[in-house]
Design a protein around this ligand. Structure first.
Ligand code: ATP
Ligand code: MG
Length: 426
């Protein structure tokens, strides 16, 4: 059998990539509008980066991270997420010293060794934004607003925003102790993994893929009470976030309690779910991580960010029937009636390209009919015909494949005329 791409990975063929690029461009443009500048970090990192941030007891690190040793024996990871690398880069390049708040945008592939299924891949793609150096709840509002603005601009409007506070580190210690106490009598009923991580990280039981653990953990609190207990400052923080969101006209559901699969979160966490996606309906998620920078050896500054899954946003777009329209016809296809005219034709095509006009011609001696077919099939707007008559008249026959009109355009003004017509059509 011919070689195939790995399970859970996908080739993005040109037609599909058009939608991808449009989405990424939209995200990049809106992030720019909010003052976030793009950065790119490597796809491989020291595995320790994720152990120390995402957390050793999380599924992402324990089960989903692609890890290998390089020839020198160093533990390498294919990045499973974008926040830890961005914070590493922020510190490595002293961005903390350049400006107050570093507002950064990224887009690119992430890797997790998950069981491939609808909306779940082993190489998937995210775009995201991080605001590092701010403790303000208004920055949470900004990040959530940006996250939803991009979705809306992509036609994904039927979404639900889940909002919650996990409290500060102190609160989390209290909450963990309380949850541990409540769960202790049921400990033997938890899966082996949850039993193992019970002492180290009891919150992971809230996020366990095993439905029984999930149920026990969430049911451990009386009357559906949240396992996260908040101090006064944390309550005030999330209240301001609510206020800000209401002011921005953003609806949210803060009655849900949900777990995030990464350890670095503090205070605000959120998830955006989209309609029509089935089981994998989380299109974007994020939250505040007020200790990560310090834990990486940097200053004690607050930070907040989000990441969205490109594949899922595109699925939501399709489910909503709002996929961006296919681009209209564009550019010039030059057809020659006889093979020897390729030399002359090539000269014109080259000049068009140099003038910024998309242009193509057949270089393999296809029949004239086949060339016409290709011009139409490939979506060119204009068909320029170069034959003996045209050479004698020193003028090109030009057909507008959209309007159906036809005229003669002098060789001397051909490039400028075509550039002008395409500009007018755009
Ligand atoms: P899920 O609960 O679906 O596993 P997650 O909590 O692991 O998601 P995050 O780490 O918060 O996901 O990543 C943010 C977004 O990235 C998700 O909301 C989702 O859109 C996307 N994403 C995460 N894992 C995958 C994957 N394996 N394939 C495709 N998209 C993914
Ligand atoms: Mg996951």
């Amino acid at each position: 059998m011919a070689l195939q791409s790995l399970r859970g990975t996908a080739d993005l063929l040109p037609d599909e990539l058009t939608r991808w690029s449009a989405l990424e461009q939209t995200a990049r443009r809106l992030a720019g509008l909010y003052g976030y500048r793009e950065l790119r970090t490597p796809l491989i990192e020291d595995a320790a980066l994720f152990l120390r941030s995402v957390g050793e007891t999380t599924d992402i690190v324990q089960k989903e991270m692609f890890r290998f040793q390089d020839r020198g024996g160093q533990e390498i990871a294919l990045r499973p997420e974008g926040t830890a690398p961005v914070v590493r880069a922020y510190l490595q390049h002293h961005l903390d010293k350049i400006q107050g708040v570093a507002k950064l945008f990224y887009a690119g592939p992430m890797f997790r060794a998950e069981r491939p299924q609808a909306g779940r891949f082993r190489q998937f793609h995210q775009y995201g934004a991080e605001a590092i150096g701010s403790a303000s709840p208004w920055m949470d509002v900004e990040i959530i607003t940006l996250c939803l603005d991009v979705l809306r601009a992509c036609g994904v409007t039927r979404t639900t925003l889940w909002l919650m506070s996990m409290g500060c580190r102190k609160d989390q210690e209290r909450s963990a102790a309380q949850l541990r106490e409540r769960l202790a009598p049921l400990r033997a009923k938890l899966c082996r993994e949850c039993q193992a991580r019970f002492d180290k990280n009891v919150f992971r039981t809230l996020d366990c893929k095993n439905p029984r653990c999930h149920e026990l953990a969430w049911g451990a609190m009386p009357n559906g009470q949240s396992p996260f207990v908040l101090c006064e400052e944390c309550r005030a923080h999330v209240d301001t976030v609510r206020l800000g969101l209401r002011g921005a006209g953003i609806a949210f559901d803060d009655t849900r309690t949900f777990a995030r699969g990464l350890d670095y979160y503090t205070r605000t966490v959120f998830e955006v779910r989209a309609e029509g996606l089935g089981a994998q309906d989380a299109v974007a998620a994020g939250g505040r991580y007020d200790h990560l920078v310090e834990e990486f050896g940097g200053p004690s500054v607050g930070a907040v960010g989000f990441a969205a899954g490109v594949e899922r946003v595109l699925m939501a777009q399709q489910a909503a029937g709002t996929a961006l329209p296919a681009p209209g016809r564009g550019g010039v296809y030059l057809a020659v009636t006889r093979a020897p005219l390729v030399a002359e034709g090539f000269h014109f095509v080259d000049a068009l390209r140099k003038a910024g006009v998309p242009a193509a011609m057949d270089l393999d001696g296809k029949s004239f009919k086949a060339q016409l077919r290709e011009a139409d099939k490939s979506g060119y707007r204009f068909l320029a015909i170069l034959g003996e008559d045209e050479v004698t008249q020193r003028a090109m026959t030009v057909k507008d494949l959209e309007q159906g009109s036809q005229d003669l355009v002098s060789f001397d003004t051909f490039v400028a005329t075509m550039a002008g017509r395409l500009k007018a059509a755009a």
